[in-house]
Design a protein around this ligand. Sequence first.
Ligand code: GDP
Length: 385
Amino acid sequence: MKIFAIGFGQAGGKLVDLFVEFDKRTRQNCIVRALAINTAKADLLGLKHIPMEDRLLIGQSRVKGHGVGADNELGAKVAAEDIYSIQNAIDKRGTHQTDAFFIIAGLGGGTGSGGAPVLARRLKKLYMEPVYGLGILPSRDEGGLYSLNAARSFMSFVKEVDNLFLFDNDAWKREGESLKDAYALMNEEIVRRFSILFGAGESNEVGQMVVDVSEITNTLKGGGVSTVGYAMEPVVGKKKGIFGRFKKEKQSMDTLDTTARILSLMRRAVMGRLTIQCDISTAEKALIVMAGPPDELNRKGMEKAKLWLEDLIKGAEVRGGDYPVPKSNKVAAVAVFSGVTDVPRIKELQKMALEAHETIKEVESKKDEKFEELLDTDESLKPLI
Ligand code: GDP
């Protein structure tokens, strides 16, 4: 699937930067265009792989390249004011090769949190191609303001895109890890998953059940929130049989091994840590993809995995297929659950956001009172001007 990736804000820019690097290194060629948009010049300069001409600084007249300081209302305002220069940058890069737009943003901050929904709305109005979003949720210890930003941005973003993937920083950070290391690991996890998902529709290899682009778009068509699971195993070289008469027996043993491995990897992907934890039985649709060398993939394994998943999430449409990667030294399974409705972390985020909103209102009104008190002289003094 050919993707036009747009990173909005710092987290979004860093992730698209990593996608570009991964796409080049693995020669996947699924990121056909990439753009990083930010109000902070320093963040744009910190990127490594997105070419300079694909980094767009917005809001210069308002914030002079210094960012919006976690104020997502200002982020949204700046994006709306500069929407024509964003649109122009996208048009100039051309969208004729694009199957879908993919907007990535950290929802807890300011620029991406405010700007991503504004951009999604515009793209939906202008282009036929679907617009997918990836929203990064803040971890609990980032505080009330970040939760409030994320909860409000989520409400808008999910309505403006064709499908919103979520990644929960809180569920992925580990005790005692520096923030930099934690982000590096989380970002790798994200890129690995989405590269298989979007790369799947781009395979030129002839496989037994190769996934095509329409299977991905049909899975994501219903809208709402999506989550992604992943599992991987290295491939250990298979010994070739030396006696011809054992060859058939060996082939059927290999098929059995491969089928069992596909099923077990898919189970691990589905039951392991998802980008956001949720009750997958509430999903409307699911897509499973097995990536790896062609002789490690087989139809029987995929069919069994699909049946198992259909049984687990009864009533959901389940699609599945292969992504043959001839020289790969691993097999990986990706599972996408789209349109999930039971997502406890969202409910918790909304609760934290409401509490933060109340506290902010209270502090502001108390502050106003105190300030009035500070200036009060029982009318015995008059201000100068
Ligand atoms: P903006 O530049 O104003 O849009 O703000 P950010 O993109 O820095 O958004 C802040 C949120 O993104 C916070 O919740 C951070 O935890 C998260 N964040 C920042 N950088 C990264 C990153 O590299 N990876 C991940 N997963 N999250 C990040």
